[in-house]
Design a protein around this ligand. Structure first.
Ligand code: F6P
Length: 521
């Protein structure tokens, strides 16, 4: 089966959606609710612990059926099948896309289950204190050295699962900014710290620079022979890791069929397994797998990732909304937006289609947001009274982890009130003061999840992974490559040389030359 390569704008559904949009664009959500009294029920979905209410979107039944038709005409079902059967759907890199295989306990590749066993053994011995540092002391601190997908996923999950954490302290060093690594190192004890160097390629400048700095810092107090007790690596590039001084037993493999931004489910998640214990890490994987099954098996009209993906296409390509906002009403999810920015924007920020042609329509949305209720006191003014249309996902858990019912009631009341106010505005009232009027009609999805458990977190992340895949299929782009990050890396090489040589004259770009002069003079 070849991966579909259909220009969505050439489909019948697209043309019909354009006509339909002209009829619907001026409709107010309040009227849509009045026309369809069962709307809240009709446009909502229960799946396991997840309840998605998408009724506050600027759609009607026809919109949905045309969007489903668009998905059919773009061969979304074939694309889903191709991904799950590990075909090489990342055609520009000639790779399969297998992050879902990492969590498929029903049919797990042997190399994956062996790696999970190795992760379990390792993380349990670090947590129990059986794993000793070079002076015989147990490990107290774990430091993940990585960037992009080798940092954001584990960092986000460790924060999200803080409630389930054990005694180990976990830090993340990512930026090549030396102040980042030094701020982390200044409080660390080399005798009780374990460093996990995570780099799929093991060529990433930031990670290798940080790893080398940390290694030198470590060797100020320990010997080369002690490295084995304090450094492990996660990579596909075994030669480069060995050259760095880490022996093969200390290397956790990953595979080229797992994209960096989808890799927290692999050994890239070793810091997660250490922080919360392997049992919780496995629950996270199982939760993601449950969502995979839902995505693969549920009909489009009951399929959460498909519905979210198609709604996003609707706003992006018909309402011409440029951004999408995400507001989790949980402080535990404070790193989720940053994580999704990489997942979504590195995947779908593409301007060439799968046939190699420039794309005349809009693709990847800008993803931004922050936690509620804090965001209400920051950027919500613009959501309510700005000039832009910003579809927003609200996410909350019905139950808090620490109890504190009064807080929880206030948290959820804010969540509910905001989506209501965004929808209704001051509609049908007679605002005496224009500055105090709210136009309403601002679309939101409400995702209410029973409780923040490792399993539910896994399902939630997988939900957004599949949503972005749906978007990419419709936009006819390759979501799983990231050629766009290469150019900056290449240019940085010459710039670095000019900085190190203190010789701006080596540079051809006159603006960079001028800036380098300012820095080195
Ligand atoms: O620069 C982008 C990128 O390639 C991401 O896709 C990836 O997650 C990150 O760099 C880190 O790459 P690596 O794990 O190979 O160090």
């Amino acid at each position: 089966m070849t991966f579909p390569k259909i220009n969505p704008t050439q489909t019948q559904a697209w043309a019909a959606l354009q006509l339909h949009f002209e009829q619907l664009k001026a409709e107010h959500l309040v009227d849509l609710f009045q026309q369809q009294s069962t709307r809240a029920h009709d446009m909502s979905l229960q799946w396991e612990d997840f309840y998605l209410d998408y009724s506050k979107n600027r759609i009607d039944k026809e919109t949905l059926s045309l969007l489903f038709q668009l998905a059919e005409e773009c061969h979304l079902p074939d694309a889903i099948k191709a991904q799950f059967s590990l075909e090489k759907i990342n055609e520009t890199e000639h790779r399969a896309v297998g992050h879902t295989a990492l969590r498929n306990f029903e049919a797990m590749p042997k190399e994956v289950s062996e790696t999970l066993e190795k992760m379990q053994f390792f993380s349990e011995s670090v947590i129990s204190g059986d794993w000793k540092g070079f002076t015989g002391k147990p490990i107290k601190t774990v430091v993940n050295i990585g960037i992009g997908g080798s940092d954001l996923g584990p960092d986000m999950v460790c924060e999200a699962l803080k409630y389930y954490r054990n005694h180990l302290e976990v830090h993340f060093v990512s930026n090549v900014d030396g102040d980042h690594v030094m701020e982390v190192l200044k409080d660390l004890d080399p005798e009780t710290t374990l460093f996990i160097i995570v780099s799929k390629s093991f060529t990433t400048q930031e990670t290798l620079t940080n790893a080398a700095t940390i290694r030198s810092w470590f060797l100020e107090q320990a010997s080369e022979a002690d490295i084995a007790k304090h450094f492990v690596a996660v990579s596909t590039n075994l030669d480069a890791v060995t050259e760095f001084g880490i022996s093969s037993e200390q290397i956790f493999p990953m595979w080229d069929w797992v994209g960096g931004r989808f890799s927290l489910w692999s050994a890239v998640g070793l810091s997660i397994a250490c922080a919360v214990g392997y049992v919780h890490f496995e629950a996270l994987l199982r939760g993601a797998h449950a969502m995979d099954k839902h995505f693969k098996e549920a009909p489009a009209a009951q399929n959460m990732p498909i519905i979210l993906g198609l709604l996003s296409v609707w706003y992006n390509n018909f309402f011409e909304a440029e951004t999408e906002c995400l507001v989790p009403y949980s402080q535990y999810l404070s790193k989720m937006v940053q994580y999704l920015q990489q997942a979504v924007m590195e995947s779908n920020g593409k301007h060439i289609d799968r046939n190699g042609n420039p794309i005349p329509y809009q693709t990847g949305t800008v993803v931004w947001g922050s936690t509620g209720t804090n965001a209400q006191h920051a950027f919500f003014q613009l959501l309510h009274q700005g000039t832009k249309l910003i579809p927003t996902d609200f996410i909350a858990f019905s139950n808090s982890l620490h109890g504190q019912q009064e807080h929880q009631d206030k948290l959820l009341a804010n969540f509910l009130a905001q989506t209501e106010a965004l929808m209704e505005g001051t509609y049908q009232q007679d605002p005496t003061d224009a500055f105090k009027s709210f136009r309403g009609n601002q679309p939101t999805n409400s995702l209410i999840i029973e409780k923040l458990t490792p399993k539910n977190l896994g399902s939630l992340i997988a939900l957004y992974e599949h949503k972005l895949f749906v978007q990419g299929v419709i936009w006819n782009i390759y979501s799983y490559d990231q050629w766009g990050v290469q150019l900056g890396k290449v240019v940085a090489k010459d710039t670095l040389q000019a900085l190190q040589n203190q010789d701006p004259g080596e540079l051809s770009n006159l603006s960079t030359q001028n800036l380098v002069k300012r820095i080195v003079d």
